[in-house]
Design a protein around this ligand. Structure first.
Ligand SMILES: Cc1ncc(COP(=O)(O)O)c(C=O)c1O
Ligand SMILES: [Zn+2]
Length: 387
């Protein structure tokens, strides 16, 4: 393994990877795993990857977990990057691609984060895992905890899509429904975790979900023949995928796999819950909690994100931006995408297609630029939205 330590994203304090860790013990901000990339570069050539298994564990050298430990895996990652010609033409963009994350185990990109986080939690001796979830993270944790023979305790808002709730129960997890938002679910776990012996798997409050998510960035480069697109549209809740991808870009540049060019990164949020868009537009470093958060795209209903300052920095550094979309627009875009491309996208994914049309119409995305949309989940989990 090439993981050397954990480092605070805010104050730089080093932390030990051999112990279960949550936030920085000094400043309560997220920790990032750091690797000996010079050694990785000697052990792994990007050309070696093509012959490996499809699962994201083919990037083992840039992932946590000692080499003799078996990952807790369900075959996650390795999703297709699909050309979306018809939708792109209609939106005035000739080079549009969709990374279809609905094809992961438990039908969302949350599987990527959970395979690495559960593998490390198990390796470091945790037995009971708890997570606040908007829906898909809960399903993914339930599946990976079951696979690992561990307990999962999942706290969800009571109006989380039915499919997510049922899925968690049928995967053997304990499900607690809370009359409130994901932030209230997180607070409940924080209150009870010590007494219950739970390890808190909240996104970015645990250092390894971001590592699984960063493989989105590795796969993107791999699928575009070691180049990156001009623009990335990412449906943003906690922002772990966006943050992870940016980390992957930096790691790949250090490995000499890609150059210095970065995509313009765009955060897409719902009108009813847009803390990052607001903070971006106001030029703020941190994002204030968004009041009365509501949207059918449950994954975007995150009024306060612990990684807000990391996301805002990425959006600005990349020359990207932040866009809001109405719920009704997401719902009608779902059928447009479905009929044009054969993909039943999640409302979160649909939001990016709406944003694409807006950005193209405003001239903020050029006709011949390459654009990648992350469809982070599957519409099949949100049937109540379409009835
Ligand atoms: C389908 C879907 N898309 C996007 C998100 C937001 O992901 P992130 O927390 O990485 O911003 C979620 C989170 O729950 C989700 O379930
Ligand atoms: Zn710190």
């Amino acid at each position: 393994m090439f993981l050397t330590h954990l480092e605070c994203t805010n104050c730089g304090t080093r932390h030990e990877w051999r112990e279960l860790q949550n936030l920085c013990t000094k400043c309560q901000k997220p920790l990032f795993p750091v690797y000996d990339l010079a050694a990785v570069g000697k052990a792994l050539k990007k050309e070696d990857l093509a012959a490996r298994e499809k699962s994201l564990w083919r990037f083992r050298e840039v992932l946590p977990l000692p080499a003799d430990a078996e990952p807790v895996s369900l075959g996650e990652g390795g999703t297709p990057l699909l050309r979306a010609q018809r939708f792109g033409d209609a939106a005035g963009v000739s080079n549009l691609w969709v990374k279809d994350e609905g094809q992961n185990p438990t039908q969302s990109f949350k599987a990527r984060g959970m395979t690495t986080a559960v593998s490390m939690a198990k390796h470091l001796g945790a037995t009971k895992l708890a997570v606040p979830s908007a829906g898909n993270a809960g399903g993914a944790l339930a599946a990976y905890a079951a696979r690992a023979g561990m307990e999962a305790h999942i706290f969800m808002p009571s109006d989380t899509p039915r499919a997510n709730i049922i899925e968690c129960r049928e995967l053997g997890a304990e499900v607690v429904l809370i009359d409130g938002l994901i932030t209230d679910c997180g607070a409940e776990i924080a209150k009870r975790k010590t007494a219950e012996g739970w390890f808190d798997m909240s996104t970015l409050k645990e250092p390894y979900r971001v590592e699984g998510k960063k493989t989105l960035g590795y796969e993107l480069a791999e699928q575009l023949d070691w180049t990156l697109p001009d623009v990335v549209l990412y449906p943003t809740g906690g922002g772990t995928g966006l943050i992870g991808m940016w980390k992957a870009f930096d790691e790949m540049e250090a490995l000499g796999w890609i150059g210095a060019k970065r995509p313009r990164m765009f955060t897409i949020q719902a009108n009813g819950c847009a803390p990052i868009v607001r903070a971006f537009e106001a030029g703020e470093k941190f994002a204030a909690e968004f009041p009365d958060a509501h949207t059918v795209a449950s994954g975007l209903r995150v009024p306060k994100a612990v990684g807000d300052f990391i996301m805002l920095d990425i959006l600005r550094k990349s020359g990207g931006g932040a866009v809001t979309v109405e719920d009704a627009e997401m719902i009608s875009a779902t059928r447009e995408v479905g009929a044009a491309e054969g993909l039943f996208v999640a409302p979160e994914g649909a939001a990016c297609f709406v944003a694409l049309k807006k950005l193209a119409a405003q001239g903020r995305i050029g006709k011949d630029e390459s654009v990648v949309i992350f469809n982070t989940g599957s519409g099949i989990k949100y049937l109540e939205c379409y009835e």
